[in-house]
Design a protein around this ligand. Structure first.
Ligand code: PRT
Ligand code: ZN
Length: 286
């Protein structure tokens, strides 16, 4: 069992699909039939445990799992001692304070001596302490948004992404107290054999992420504007220039960050570029 790592992922919920997709994009094959609690990859030394997200930080801290994918909100709330290897860029959300929308909000002092319903008692408690507010924290595990309307609490602290759940429940967001996204965590003190496998996985995750933020761009350009166009899309080392069958024209191939492409598109066209194709990159190793 030494030369295999175990990763804990959410069994079903907002993190599961993106977690498994990322692993698949890394070229790691596995079968996750419904209802399975455990599976093993056929082409990479990794085993999967399918768990509730609440349990993932603890399993990784205890070393039952070597790695885990979990939201930062859950990780910080559970207060477990693990290493964060990488932010994964999905399941982005925020933890916010909200109050009934008709209430006037003068600032954080609003919450002084009030009651707040939340599932995140640690993050909220730390935040209120740091801001010298003393409020009564009412712990509930779900449907936090209905607490004010049924008289359970005066405000709430919960995860928000689009904000529509707050709106539907007659609440307004007044303070963002924590920003979260999915993170890859690891057990502290993994041995060298396991760490080598983790490094291999990280290498692949980086290649997938770098590929996603870059595009392969192909365009046709008149030869007399090539210098200008090359300066706009410099590429990894330098662009590839191939002559077209038509005299005086070339095809230019380059790789660039998508934002950089959009920033330069007008100048590229003004310089005579045409037939511009932007193609996704699956993996990219720098
Ligand atoms: O069963 P298990 O315990 O594994 O799952 P869970 O029900 O505890 O968690 P799940 O699957 O709902 O969420 C997992 C993680 O996804 C969270 O810990 C966050 O890190 C992240 N995440 C991202 C979200 C949201 N977006 C989100 N919108 N978690 C919850 N929500 C809920 C929020 O609580 C609120 O009820 O969605 C509602 C708000 O959404 P909007 O879009 O209306 O603002
Ligand atoms: Zn949960």
């Amino acid at each position: 069992m030494e030369n295999i790592i175990r990763i804990a992922v959410q069994k079903s919920g907002r993190l599961s699909e993106d977690s498994l997709r990322l692993i698949k994009e890394c070229g790691i094959k596995f079968y996750n039939g419904t209802g399975k609690l455990k599976s093993t990859s056929t082409n990479f030394p990794i085993e999967f445990l399918y768990l509730r997200d609440d349990d993932i930080p603890g399993y990784v801290a205890d070393g039952v799992a070597d790695l885990g994918i979990v939201g930062e909100n859950e990780l910080v709330e559970k207060d477990k001692d693990v290493d964060i290897q990488k932010k994964l860029g999905f399941s982005k959300c925020r933890l916010s304070l909200a109050i009934p929308k008709g209430e006037e909000y003068p600032g954080l002092s609003y919450f002084q001596s009030k009651s707040i319903a939340t599932s995140y008692t640690k993050i909220l408690g730390d935040y209120l302490n740091a801001n010298n507010i003393s409020a009564e924290i009412h712990e509930i595990s779900g449907s936090v948004e209905i607490a004010p309307s049924i008289g359970l609490a005066e405000g709430i602290c919960d995860i928000v992404s689009s904000g529509s759940t707050l709106m539907m429940n007659g609440l307004k967001e007044v303070e963002e107290i924590f920003k979260s996204e999915a993170v890859l965590i690891s057990h502290k003190g993994l041995n060298a054999a396991k760490m080598a496998i983790v490094e291999k996985l990280l290498f692949r995750i980086n290649a997938v992420q770098t590929g996603k933020s870059n595009k392969y761009v192909l365009l046709n350009a008149p030869n007399d504007s090539l210098d200008k166009i090359i300066s706009l899309i410099p590429g990894m080392r330098s662009p590839t220039i191939l002559p077209l069958a038509q005299d005086g024209w070339s095809s230019v191939h380059s790789v660039l960050n998508e934002d950089q492409f959009w920033e330069n598109i007008e100048e590229l066209r003004a310089a005579g570029a045409e037939g511009i194709l932007v193609v996704p990159i699956e993996k990219m190793v720098l």
